[in-house]
Every structure is written in structure tokens, then in C-alpha cells.
Design a binder for this molecule. Structure first.
Ligand code: HBI
Ligand code: FE
Length: 262
């Protein structure tokens, strides 16, 4: 996205100022749909053991395992459920556009699918990660409100030069969050739900630390993007997440900046 970073794979030439594109569903090949089905098959077995119930209920209702979904059809159902919709994007988009979509209850979903040799892992988000990982929880009313609030917080953090702190909150909740439910420890983060290796690891492996959700600690914790995480933060429920992040972050950012400079 900035000079020096490796090029992103998507086609950005047709993207508007908000980075929206047409999904062009007819351009997916039968091989794309077959690869998507294989990814979905494997992962749907794993999530039954390791995902939170809110996620599983929505995934079940979506019935989206047969082919790469049509975003328009899913948006119609989402609008009825939580007033969210999907917007097709070429891949990672700049922070401002990303936050603005979330603040308006639009979730950006990448249009392209990974290559077969990337079956187990891909660094950039693709349609499987974005759809399988993120979309089911948009049907949960509390999580849906949290994500909108995160987008609004992102627009504010931009003005306060605090995006690096806020991005950690997204990372340790929306992407890699765990929840302690009645049934035990479960995953709700999309990076976990869409990963065949890290999903069981995050819930069962003795190696990583599992810490109680702590907003300030999260915003002080750097993360790596291309390895298993060394720590996860555990919430009790989505209300806790929404309530803990409802306050004005400006004084928190001021404290975090002071930590660093002195
Ligand atoms: N773009 N498509 C897409 N998906 C993301 O998850 C995403 C993004 N742009 C920026 C971004 N994430 C994060 O860096 C922000 O949460 C900070
Ligand atoms: Fe993601």
C-alpha cells in the first residue's frame, strides 16, 4: 500500500475512490468453486470443534459451502438481519477506505480466491478468509455493532495519529480473538476461523499465552502477521467487547504515546 511494500495481488484498476468493485461472479471458474468447496469442507469440520456458537449458528444458516457466494444475495440477508452489507473489493484497501466502510456497516470482501498451492496458508486476505472468517459474525447483533464502532474509532484514530494502536485491537479481537463460553474456550477471530493450523493451535496448544481481555495491554502489544501468535486475548462475551471499547480513546492514546516517549 505504501512504497517499499510488496505489491498486492488484486486488480485495483477498476476500483472507485471507496475501492469498491463489481464482484463479477460469472468470472469464477469451476476450478475456483471446487477449491472454495474444498477449503470450506475442511474448515467446516474444524469450526464445529473450535468456533463459538454465535459463529456456528450463522454459518449453518448461510448454507454457503457449495460455491463461492454471490455477495448481493448475502447482502440482502444481512441487511434484514443486522443492517450490514458486503462490498466487493480487490484485496487489502487503505485504512481510511476500510474504516469508512465499517463505520457505514459495509464489510469489504476480497473478490479473488487463493491459488491451490496456498491451500493451507495465505498472507493476504482472499474471498475464503473474508467470507468464511468474517461474514457469519456480521449476523450477530452485538458483534455487528462492535465492528461499526471500530470503524468509527478508526476514523477518529486517523485524525489522532493513533492507527497503530487501534489496529492492534482489530488484530487481537476481530482477527485472533478467543472467547470463554459455557462450552469452554472457543475462537471468534476470522484469522483463526479460516486457518486449518492456527484454529486448533489457538484453542488447544499449551504453547501460547491466553490472557484476559485488557484494552490497554492489547494496544501496547505488537503483533506479527505471518506466524502463529504467541498470545491471544480472551473475552467472556461480545457485550464485554462492545462495552470495554465504548469510551473515548483519545486519553488512552495520549497515555500510550507518553509510555513510548518517556
Ligand atoms: N482492507 N480489505 C481489507 N481488509 C482488512 O482487513 C483491512 C484492510 N485495510 C486495512 C486493514 N485491514 C487494517 O490495517 C486496519 O484494521 C487497521
Ligand atoms: Fe481478516
Amino acid at each position: 500500500m505504501t512504497a517499499g511494500e510488496p505489491a498486492l495481488r488484486g486488480d485495483y484498476s477498476r476500483a472507485g475512490p471507496d475501492y469498491a468493485v463489481e464482484q463479477q461472479w460469472d468470472r469464477y471458474t469451476e476450478a475456483d468453486h471446487a477449491l472454495y468447496r474444498r477449503l470450506y469442507q475442511r474448515q467446516s469440520h474444524l469450526v464445529r470443534r473450535f468456533a463459538c456458537t454465535e459463529y456456528l449458528q450463522s454459518l449453518e444458516r448461510l448454507q454457503a459451502g457449495g460455491a463461492i457466494p454471490r455477495f448481493d444475495a448475502v447482502s440482502a440477508r444481512l441487511r434484514a438481519a443486522t443492517r450490514w452489507e458486503l462490498v466487493a473489493v480487490p484485496g487489502l484497501i487503505p485504512n481510511h477506505a476500510f474504516f469508512d466502510h465499517l463505520a457505514h456497516r459495509r464489510f469489504p470482501v476480497t473478490v479473488w480466491l487463493r491459488r491451490p498451492e496456498e491451500f493451507d496458508y495465505i498472507v493476504e486476505p482472499d474471498v475464503f478468509h473474508d467470507f468464511f472468517g468474517h461474514v457469519p459474525l456480521l449476523f450477530d447483533p452485538v458483534f455487528a455493532d462492535y465492528l461499526q464502532a471500530y470503524g468509527e474509532g478508526g476514523l477518529k484514530a486517523e485524525r489522532l495519529n493513533a492507527i497503530d494502536y487501534l489496529a492492534r485491537l482489530y488484530w487481537f479481537t476481530v482477527e485472533f480473538g478467543l472467547v470463554m463460553s459455557g462450552a469452554g474456550l472457543r475462537a471468534y477471530g476470522a484469522g483463526l476461523l479460516s486457518s486449518p493450523l492456527e484454529l486448533p493451535y489457538s484453542v488447544e496448544d499449551p504453547a501460547p499465552a491466553r490472557l484476559p481481555f485488557d484494552l490497554m495491554r492489547i494496544m501496547r502489544t505488537p503483533y506479527v502477521i505471518d506466524r502463529m501468535q504467541e498470545r491471544y486475548f480472551v473475552i467472556d462475551n461480545f457485550d464485554q467487547l462492545f462495552d470495554a471499547t465504548a469510551a473515548d480513546f483519545a486519553p488512552l492514546y495520549a497515555r500510550l504515546t507518553q509510555d513510548v516517549s518517556g
